[in-house]
Write a protein that binds this ligand. Structure first.
Ligand code: UGA
Length: 434
């Protein structure tokens, strides 16, 4: 089987590489010549655990190719994935220009039946627009399918190879059969391929991400209540998570959700609700609460320093929006840095992967440390922004002797509250003020 993946961003590259690993011949197409050349030379353009191994193996075995030519890329491809960017436009709605441009080009050059798959997260109704854009010039038969992606950064390869489910939105039986054949190796464990219409598949993606963002936000509100009521959110989490109707996952309170997906998708769903005159009130509350949650620790830091952060040096552990990624989009750390700098504090940060990206955005507004402990030297407090594994069992003695004050503000609830207090730390976390 031969397929093409147009767009080698996060989703495109992971999908292309993983399909190649199942034995399919994959050509990835991207307009960025520089990036394509690098990939042809074996350079993986993103940080994603496990990807590099598969990437190299499949290039070496001749199943994974890269080109800047759409025409060359789609030659004989039975399935053509569109994994193109859909950035929020000026009005906040997803900008479909890249998707529709490629659809238009496909209409001109497609010379055989193919299934065109929307893998990008796109508003309901996009599949029909893609269909129309291709049909305007198409000389051959084709089908458009929505196949939303549910992979998480940091565990993307695993999520792709063992999906909880695969959603296929199409009313064409021919297309559905081809998609089943392509995904068959990934659902051998019995997880379902769920077939539905185009629009329902498109909405499924937004519903999934918005539901998860709501689940996290609900727990963040419970955490805020715990602080006021003298309860412990971690115990409440265990108490409710064992109810199979609620589930254990995505119940961790913290400093808000970030990343390139949840914030964008929650806002896009709220907006498309508005377009059909529906007031999606829960989503508005979710966005509002999450915004406040991101900088929740700052007031506690400020309180510790009697309201004056001027000249204080704050060490930050973690910059990425979550562990195992260098992605800093909508990262809570950035909002905290902004608030700290505004209050006149100095920031020194350490992150195992994301420092280069932050330097690109903030330049020399903050300083970067070569490792976690160097960041603490002469700092007045430590704030933990990302739950990287290496922060979970640190050398507390070293933390205490490096910091000017033994104060830790933990946005990810990494340590035991009583233990920290026994060790003499001033320790503040989220929703555990028992
Ligand atoms: C998310 C979804 O989980 C994927 O299923 C989806 O495919 C992806 O968006 C997408 O639309 O492309 P991702 O953004 O990589 O994946 O990250 P998550 O692991 O879902 O975390 C999102 C945010 O929620 C992070 O900021 C994380 O710190 C936060 N979070 C997560 C919590 O605060 N508490 C939790 O219990 C779980």
């Amino acid at each position: 089987m031969k397929i093409a993946v147009v767009g080698t961003g996060y989703v495109g590259l992971v999908s292309g590489t993983c399909f190649a690993e199942t034995g399919v011949d994959v050509t990835c197409v991207d307009i960025d010549e520089n990036k394509v050349e690098k990939m042809q030379n074996g350079v993986v353009p993103i940080y994603e655990p496990g990807l590099e191994l598969l990437f190299h193996r499949n290039i070496e075995q001749g199943r994974l190719h890269f080109t800047t030519s759409l025409e060359e890329g789609i030659k004989d491809a039975e399935v053509i994935f569109l994994a193109l960017p859909t950035p929020p436009g000026a009005d906040g709605a997803a900008d479909l220009k890249y998707v529709l441009q490629v659809a238009d080009q496909l209409g001109h050059i497609l010379d055989h039946y193919a299934v065109i798959v929307d893998k990008s997260t796109v508003p309901v109704g996009t599949g029909e627009k893609v269909q129309a854009a291709i049909a305007a010039n198409a000389k051959v038969d084709f089908d458009v399918v929505s196949n939303p992606e549910f992979l998480r950064e940091g565990v993307a390869v695993d999520d792709f190879m063992k999906p909880d489910r695969v959603v296929i939105g199409s009313t064409s039986e021919k297309a559905a059969k081809i998609m089943d054949r392509l995904y068959h190796p990934l659902v051998r464990s019995g997880n379902p391929i769920i077939h539905m219409d185009l629009r329902s598949a498109e909405l499924t993606k937004y519903a999934a991400n918005s539901f998860l963002a709501t689940k996290i936000t609900f727990m963040n509100e419970i955490a805020n209540m715990c602080e006021l009521l003298g309860a412990d959110v971690d115990l409440v989490r265990k108490g409710i998570g064992t109810d199979s109707r609620i589930g254990k996952r995505f119940l961790f309170a913290g400093i808000g959700y970030g990343g390139s997906c949840f914030p964008k998708d929650v806002s896009a769903l709220a907006m498309s609700a508005g377009e059909v005159d529906y007031d999606f009130r829960i989503l508005k509350a979710v966005m509002d609460v999450n915004h406040g949650q991101k900088t929740k620790l700052i007031s506690k830091v400020s309180q510790y320093f009697d309201g004056d952060l001027k000249g204080k040096k704050i060490a930050l552990w973690g910059l990425a929006f979550k562990p195992e990624t260098d992605d800093i989009r909508e990262a809570p750390a950035l909002y905290n840095i902004e608030a700290l700098l505004e209050a006149g504090a100095k920031v020194v940060a350490y992150d195992p992967e994301a420092m280069e990206n932050v330097q690109g955005v903030l330049g020399d507004k903050i300083t970067f440390a070569k490792d976690a402990y160097t960041a603490l030297e002469g700092a007045d407090a430590l704030m933990i922004m990302t739950e990287w594994q290496l922060f979970r069992t640190p050398n507390f003695e070293k933390i205490r002797t490096s910091l000017n004050n033994p104060a830790i503000f933990d946005g990810r609830n990494l340590y035991d509250v009583n233990d920290m207090r026994q060790q003499g730390f001033y320790y503040v976390s989220i929703g555990r003020e028992v």
